[in-house]
Structure formats: structure tokens, C-alpha cells
Design a protein around this ligand. Structure first.
Ligand code: SF4
Length: 335
């Protein structure tokens, strides 16, 4: 079986007490069954505390958040479970975060989550995103429509090339990714693989573009589930900036994470719009892109309801029509 991972994947190390945020804040971590059973059977004060703070919600065991943080998080920034029992005693979520695994049956792709500040540095500082290929023992059958996956892999390669090393302004680069995504959707629907002419695509984009409203775009996010007061404050008090040169790296991260997932429902274009909307939002909110994008990921990508709401809204919300997105990307947006 083949395994693919970004070239920075193995260089990631959790910086624990030095982390400017923490995955031990705000999130109610889901605890897998094996770990939950072990925690509940532990003797001593650690076991007593775990029995107090583990709760069952909708058939899942969750670590209750106490005063905005995981109750196992010690004052020195380290985890009490890890300190007393070792890393192998961590639940699956904590052991793996921020590592992502996409298992397609006959191949696996790994990645890092942008919501971790240390991982965000690797993601946003990468000038391109080369993947390392490894062989893993064992063979499994493909768990997808092979023709659709072939289209998605080929088109992802093309869009990543558009987003890598472009000498065009960032907004135009994202316009090309959006329009190419539209064409890739047609191909996924059974259309021919047509040549993509960037100059002609930009000319069409300028004709189609209409002024969009960044404020309307940000207001949509205020209607979603909000995790932290910092995010709410940023959405209400943005500091619009010019395009950060690291934005194409943000776009490549989103493409790598979501593009192939269209094999599950054949809906690629809503994922392309998802990527563009998040890049536009990061620009509008301003501040340091690393901090803004990390917080955005924590609020949106780590909340399945928020991801679903944005994928649905990509088609249905009046702020996210193609002409308005093109307008905002080309600088015709209102604040
Ligand atoms: S967010 Fe990342 S760096 Fe920070 S504590 Fe969690 S895994 Fe470590």
C-alpha cells in the first residue's frame, strides 16, 4: 500500500508548554472507547479525577471542559495523563492531533492540521507542498470510484501547480484556482479534460466579476458555532489587509485536505469555493496570517457542523455567488 505525506510531516513536534494556543483549550475532546474504559478503571487520584470529568454525550465519551480548558492540562502546559502514565495512555484524539489521516483503502494520505500553531508554521511557510511516497506493508482494496479518483488526482495536481510559484497577484492566482475548479467539476461530471488557458480565464473573470461584500461574508461566520471570544471579536472588528504572500500556501493546504474528498459525493466545486471563501475571510480579518488562519481553522475545520454549514452555503448564500467571489478576489469587494 502507498502512503503519501508532506515533506514536513515528520519534522513536526508538539511544543507543549511553549504553544501560543493549545489543543487542550476550548475543545471537548472525544475519548475513544478503549481509553475511556482504561481511564474509568484507574485507581488513585488520577482515576478519581477522570471519573469526575468524563461525560457521555450522544453515545460518545467526552472530556468535559473546565474553566475553558481540559481538566488534565497542568499549570506547566503538560498533560497530567501523559506525565503520569506515558504517551501511550493518551486517547486516540490526543495521541494523533494534529496529524490527519485520509485512508482511501489502497492508499493513505497524511497531513497536519492548520489549527495547531506549530503545524501552521510548516503549512504556511512551505513554498510548495511536495509529497513523500512510502510503501506500507499490506494491501487493501480501493474504497472509491476509481474513474472519479483518477480525475480528482489529475485535477488536484493541476490546481496545485496553478497555486505554486505563480508570479501573478494572489487574488488572480485564486481566481484561476476557482475557475479551474469549475472546469474540474465538469470533468468529474463526465465532461472532457479541456485545456485551461489562464489568460482567457482571467479575461472572463473580469467580465463576470461583481462587487462583493466582505462584511456580508464575515457575517455568515458569526452565525456559525463560535468557540472562542477571540474569534467573535475578530469577526466583529476585522482589520482588512492586503493579500499576504503566504495565502497560496493556505490555499494549497485546503486543496490537499479536501479535493480528493469529492470522491465521496462528486461535489468538488463546493470544496473549491470553501477554499476561496476561507482565503478571502483571512484577508479581510487581517492580522498575522499565521494566527488568523490557525484560529480560523480551529473554529471552522475542527467543527464538523461548521464545515457542513460552509459547504452548503458555498452554493446557497447570497454573499458567495461566483460573480461576487470573483469581484472580491479581483479587488472589487466592499468592506
Ligand atoms: S496545538 Fe499543537 S503545538 Fe500546541 S499543544 Fe497542541 S499539538 Fe502541541
Amino acid at each position: 500500500m502507498k502512503l503519501y505525506k508532506p515533506d514536513y510531516f515528520d519534522r513536526f513536534r508538539c511544543i507543549a508548554g511553549d504553544c501560543p494556543d493549545s489543543c487542550c483549550k476550548e475543545w471537548g475532546v472525544q475519548v475513544d472507547e478503549t481509553a475511556a474504559a482504561m481511564y474509568r478503571s484507574l485507581p488513585g487520584t488520577l482515576g478519581d479525577r477522570l471519573r469526575e470529568v468524563l461525560s457521555d454525550e450522544d453515545g460518545e465519551t467526552v472530556m468535559t471542559i473546565v474553566d475553558g480548558r481540559c481538566p488534565m492540562w497542568r499549570a506547566d502546559g503538560l498533560c497530567r495523563i501523559q506525565a503520569e502514565l506515558g504517551e501511550e495512555a493518551l486517547c486516540k484524539t490526543c495521541r494523533e492531533f494534529p496529524r490527519l489521516t485520509h485512508d482511501y483503502g489502497d492508499f493513505i494520505e497524511l497531513g497536519l492540521e492548520l489549527s495547531c500553531p506549530e503545524a501552521a508554521k510548516f503549512i504556511l511557510e512551505a513554498h510548495s507542498t511536495p509529497f513523500i511516497e512510502e510503501n506500507r506493508p499490506g494491501e487493501a482494496a480501493a474504497e472509491y470510484d476509481e474513474a472519479a479518483m483518477a480525475v480528482l488526482k489529475a485535477t488536484r495536481k493541476h490546481v496545485l501547480a496553478l497555486l505554486s510559484g505563480s508570479s501573478r497577484p494572489v487574488g488572480e492566482t485564486l481566481v484561476l484556482a476557482l475557475l479551474y475548479g469549475y472546469q474540474a467539476q465538469s470533468q468529474l461530471d463526465g465532461g472532457d479534460a479541456l485545456p485551461f488557458d489562464p489568460d482567457a480565464a482571467l479575461e472572463s473573470a473580469r467580465e463576470l466579476a461583481k462587487p462583493g461584500s466582505f462584511r456580508e461574508l464575515a457575517d455568515f461566520f458569526l452565525e456559525l458555532e463560535l468557540l472562542t471570544p477571540q474569534w467573535e471579536s475578530l469577526l466583529k472588528n476585522p482589520a482588512p489587509a492586503s493579500w499576504d504572500p503566504r495565502t497560496p500556501a493556505l490555499a494549497r493546504y485546503l486543496v490537499n485536505r479536501y479535493w480528493l474528498q469529492a470522491v465521496s459525493d462528486y461535489d468538488l466545486y463546493c470544496r473549491v469555493k470553501f477554499m476561496v471563501i476561507l482565503c478571502l475571510l483571512a484577508k479581510y480579518l487581517g492580522g498575522d496570517l499565521l494566527r488568523t488562519a490557525q484560529l480560523m481553522s480551529k473554529e471552522i475545520e475542527n467543527d464538523a457542523d461548521n464545515v457542513d454549514a460552509l459547504l452548503d452555503a458555498a452554493y446557497a448564500h447570497p454573499a458567495f455567488t461566483d460573480d461576487k467571489l470573483l469581484g472580491m478576489l479581483l479587488g472589487a469587494g466592499k468592506s
